[in-house]
Design a protein around this ligand. Structure first.
Ligand SMILES: Nc1ncnc2c1ncn2[C@@H]1O[C@H](COP(=O)(O)OP(=O)(O)OP(=O)(O)O)[C@@H](O)[C@H]1O
Ligand SMILES: [Mg+2]
Length: 229
């Protein structure tokens, strides 16, 4: 889960979608999946194509109905097309919270991530959610503090930010589902340690939770971090 460092082969499906427009690999995930920006060169990307290896294609198939449903309530990418192992979306304005610009201003990023999760949890209706719990959340999880529609993969790179440092939207919704809000908060705060230089124990995590509007529930956070592992 990082920015590409070497050359990346452009898959046929991406070349077909680009139809002569500029293509640039922007993200490589830990399963060997690559996300390409399309329409680059003169302006910001206008579309993205995420391509996963065959053995992980089901993750992308799960993301399509989740993006379509969540988009009725909050800022997530519009699906333009999909097929086995690929997902084509319209660009959401904004840059990932782990863009170098925000790695150098981690407190701003942590605040935007917390604000974004709060917005997501408030906006998506649990009662109407057609999806079950995220794949990694145990069926016998503790009594929820507050049941919400969770992002399901609330790592820092999946929050997008405007250039002035506010929350812009969410990407990567393949595991969206109903769970305790601490399922997202546990992973979001943990991922700060991976993506930003530390400023002492729990520094940025406290900023994230403050922006969300909650005080740390260390027991629930520990539980969901174990479940995530
Ligand atoms: N429609 C979009 N609009 C804006 N940015 C996007 C869009 N789709 C993807 N991105 C960018 O590409 C990155 C990778 O996309 P995404 O998170 O969906 O891929 P992934 O491989 O599932 O990620 P992960 O490593 O978290 O599993 C995002 O972090 C975001 O910066
Ligand atoms: Mg992602």
């Amino acid at each position: 889960m990082t920015f590409p460092t070497g050359p990346v082969k452009v898959p046929d499906v991406v070349a077909r979608i680009a139809a002569g427009r500029g293509v640039e690999p922007v993200w490589v995930n830990e399963l060997g999946g690559v996300t390409f920006a399309v329409g680059t060169g003169f302006a910001a990307a206008v579309e993205y194509v995420k391509v996963h290896p065959d053995e992980h294609a089901d993750l992308l198939a799960a993301e399509v109905p989740r993006l379509r449903w969540a988009r009725r309530f909050t800022a997530v990418p519009e699906v333009l097309g999909s097929g086995p192992g690929w997902l084509h979306t319209a660009a959401l304005a904004g840059r990932t919270a782990v863009d170098p610009r925000w790695v150098d201003a981690a407190d701003v990023a942590a605040r935007a991530i917390g604000t974004g999760l709060r917005h997501l949890h408030d906006a998506l209706p649990v009662a109407d959610c057609p999806f079950g719990r995220p794949s990694w959340v145990p069926a016998d999880a503790p009594e929820p503090d507050r049941l919400v529609v969770c992002h399901g993969d609330a790592c820092a790179p999946n929050t997008l930010m405007t250039d002035d440092g506010t929350f812009a939207g969410h990407v990567d919704l393949g595991d969206l589902g109903v769970a305790d809000r601490w399922a997202d908060l546990a992973i979001a705060t943990m991922s700060l340690d991976w993506n930003y230089p530390t400023d002492g124990p729990d520094g940025f995590a406290a900023v994230l939770l403050d922006a969300y509007g909650v005080t740390a529930d260390t027991e629930r956070m520990a539980y969901y971090r174990r479940a995530w592992d």
